[in-house]
Write a protein that binds this ligand. Structure first.
Ligand code: G16
Ligand code: MG
Length: 216
């Protein structure tokens, strides 16, 4: 049987979730909106324009559609500046070994990130060739928690959703995996990711046995 593991990128393969937070924090200050790590938890895995709308809801100022596009572009400039220095050393510990073990065991590997910067980040991490398919965020109509991105990757890999395991650090992402009919591994505390089927503190802690148990 064909089997696959589909990984989120930001916060699962590397710490770009922190860079998204730093970039949003900078933008929030520019629009006088309160913003902190707690509020950022609700933005993890959420696409750029939806994230912006949530931040602007707390700003005392009003912005029309054109100004919002400008603000989203500014956040992206802050983010792109932060990811400039990414190198293969920024891959989370244990992740390259996990990917190799899965490949050797016959798993197909995919990336399901809604980030339009995902391809650049994977290139800088020197991981592009490790994956059989990387979702193109520009072609996804419905952001997480909609299952579309995970279903698109499963289809491209030629693997039935029930034979795929999804790996996510965001509540919206775990919801998307489960809605796709796949078991989910949550990277983070059970309290933050209650819909996951298995939890690890770090992606590198995932063992192939955990994955096999989820697929029986
Ligand atoms: C990621 C991040 C989100 C970010 C989104 C869009 O999703 O978790 O915080 O807002 O991408 O990123 P960009 O502005 O680069 O297009 P994922 O799916 O990788 O967790
Ligand atoms: Mg993430």
């Amino acid at each position: 049987m064909n089997r696959a593991v589909i990984f989120d990128l930001d916060g699962v393969i590397t710490d770009t979730a922190e860079f998204h937070f730093q970039a949003w924090l900078q933008l929030a200050r520019e629009v006088d909106a309160p913003f902190d790590r707690q509020m950022n938890e609700d933005l993890k895995g959420i696409d750029r324009m939806t994230s912006l709308a949530r931040i602007l809801a707390h700003s005392p100022h009003r912005f029309d559609a054109q100004q919002r596009d400008g603000l989203a572009a500014r956040k992206n400039t802050h983010y792109q500046h932060l990811i400039e220095g990414i190198t293969p050393q920024d891959v989370f510990p244990g992740v390259p070994a996990l990917l190799s073990t899965l490949q050797t065991s016959g798993y197909r590997l995919g990336v399901a990130s809604v980030s339009k910067n995902a391809a650049v980040v994977l290139e800088r991490l020197a991981l592009t060739s490790q994956f059989d398919f990387i979702a193109d965020a520009n072609r996804i109509q419905n952001p997480k928690p909609d299952p579309e991105i995970f279903l698109t990757v499963a289809k491209a890999l030629g693997v039935e959703p029930r034979h795929c395991v999804g790996v996510e650090d965001a509540a919206a992402g775990v919801e998307a995996i489960r809605a796709a009919g796949m078991p989910a591994i949550g990277v983070g505390p059970r309290s933050a990711l209650p819909l996951a089927n298995h939890w690890v503190d770090r992606t590198g802690d995932i063992r192939i046995n955990d994955i096999e148990r989820l697929l029986v």
